[in-house]
Write a protein that binds this ligand. Structure first.
Ligand SMILES: NC(=O)c1ccc[n+]([C@@H]2O[C@H](COP(=O)([O-])OP(=O)(O)OC[C@H]3O[C@@H](n4cnc5c(N)ncnc54)[C@H](O)[C@@H]3O)[C@@H](O)[C@H]2O)c1
Length: 390
């Protein structure tokens, strides 16, 4: 395709107002992107976002936007349970699609979405593109270079106190005071919300898993918070505390967790093997990767990797949610240069299956076989081409 990619952003809540719209309205990308429409069921919010971020139009009805707006691509930033239906409608209308995490909530939906994409011949990018993170690429490289030897087990997970604590949502007005209740209802919860990052990362490093066992439940049964100045009592219907055991076969295991509880600076990644181990922890200027290995002369090596993402430079380095922006610009790149996305729906489907079957295992007490797969080798080699082309 030539010219600018005309984009509609659907859902003008937290991630859109803090990240997506500030990024997409920057002058430096005007040769590639036009912010054509914003959509939100809350009219005041949609209208305010159109004005503040310079979109051409606003809509309160998604179907009307698909019928009337002249757009090439749709960025879906609505609550997770809405992703599937909205993505299918966009694909069937011939639009390219970027989905925020998590792509869908069930394997069946993920399969249908991939079939619809292939029928329509459009591009789909499904966040989170954790393969773009330098630390993910580095850990995979260290593993393939033999620093760990035979992998034994890994541990990674996410904790976050809950979306009612986002500073953004504390405002008393309806534009910024966005209700986070959906995070505590079906299709919300910390697995689809945050552990999805960890699952994308560990599967990018280790490849597709073969089996999952889950333990899951609700910690806090009720949450009380203010929405646009009004106090709300929300009963928690979605598990907010989940641990998964993963089996990659050949005696390689993993432990991934997601909880709406308080962590301490973000949990670390740890991978242990016959020759060494690799850890990765967050640092304000990037990620610290530490290797202990018999293959190293000094036994221990520490690297600080800045969070340098493809497509992100200049002003975008200092706007929130730059990883979401990187994924959206990856879609733009794929549309303009006819590339196959590396942050793709097949990888996202495997993660969706792990989460869904983890919940089934927690209910039944039985390990669940995983049937989907994806090809990280080809993702990483195509990513090298993208990085080389600048
Ligand atoms: N909040 C974060 O920190 C964050 C970060 C990265 C990605 N995400 C992802 O972004 C997506 C949105 O999350 P959020 O936290 O911004 O949610 P949010 O609740 O803050 O915003 C969702 C918005 O969607 C609107 N909406 C609801 N139903 C709609 C419909 N049918 N049509 C159009 N608009 C509708 C709501 O009015 C609201 O403004 C989710 O997929 C989430 O996983 C969130």
């Amino acid at each position: 395709m030539t010219g600018r990619v005309k984009i509609a952003v659907v859902g003008c809540g937290s991630v859109s107002q803090r990240g997506i719209l500030p990024h997409l309205s920057q002058p430096d990308i005007r040769d590639k992107v036009e912010l054509t429409a914003v959509v939100d069921i809350v009219e005041e919010r949609a209208k305010a976002c159109k004005k503040r971020f310079g979109a051409r139009e606003y809509y309160t009805d998604y179907d009307e936007m698909l019928r009337k707006a002249d757009v090439d691509a749709v960025v879906i930033a609505t609550p997770i349970p809405l992703h599937f239906e909205q993505a299918i409608k966009a694909i069937e209308a011939g639009k390219h699609v970027h989905l925020n995490k998590t792509m869908t909530t069930t394997l069946q939906e993920a399969n249908k979405l991939i079939e619809a994409r292939d029928r329509a011949g459009v591009k789909v990018v499904a966040s989170p593109g954790t393969i773009f993170y330098p630390s993910t690429r580095r850990i995979r490289e260290l593993l393939s270079q033999g620093y760990v030897g035979k992998p034994y087990w890994l541990c990674y997970g996410a904790t976050w106190v809950g979306h009612e604590y986002e500073e953004f949502r504390q405002a008393d007005d309806v534009v910024r005071g966005v209700d986070p209740t959906w995070y505590y209802k079906a299709g919300g919860g910390p697995m689809y919300d945050i552990a999805v990052y960890n699952l994308h990362t560990v599967t990018a490093i280790m490849g597709p898993a073969k089996r999952v066992v889950g333990f899951s439940g609700v910690g806090l049964k009720e949450r009380v918070f203010k929405v646009a100045g009004e106090v709300k009592h929300v009963s928690v219907e979605m598990d907010d505390n989940t641990l998964l055991l993963l089996d990659w076969g050949d005696s390689v295991f993993g432990f991934v967790f997601g909880a709406f509880s308080i962590g301490a600076g973000g949990p670390s990644f740890f991978l242990s093997g016959s020759e060494g181990s690799i850890s990765m922890r967050w640092h304000r200027s990037g990620r610290v990767v530490e290797v202990f290995s018999r293959r190293l002369k000094e036994w221990r090596k520490t690297e600080l990797l800045p969070l340098k993402l493809p497509y992100v430079s200049g002003v975008h380095e200092n706007i929130e949610e730059k990883h979401v922006y990187a994924d959206i610009m990856h879609l733009v790149d794929c549309i303009l240069n006819d590339r196959e996305p590396v942050v793709n729906a097949e990888h996202a489907r495997h993660v969706v299956e792990i989460i869904e079957k983890g919940y089934i295992s927690a209910k039944t007490g039985e390990a669940q076989a995983l049937e989907t797969t994806f090809d990280p080798e080809s993702q990483f080699s195509r990513l090298k081409e993208i990085l080389a082309s600048g």
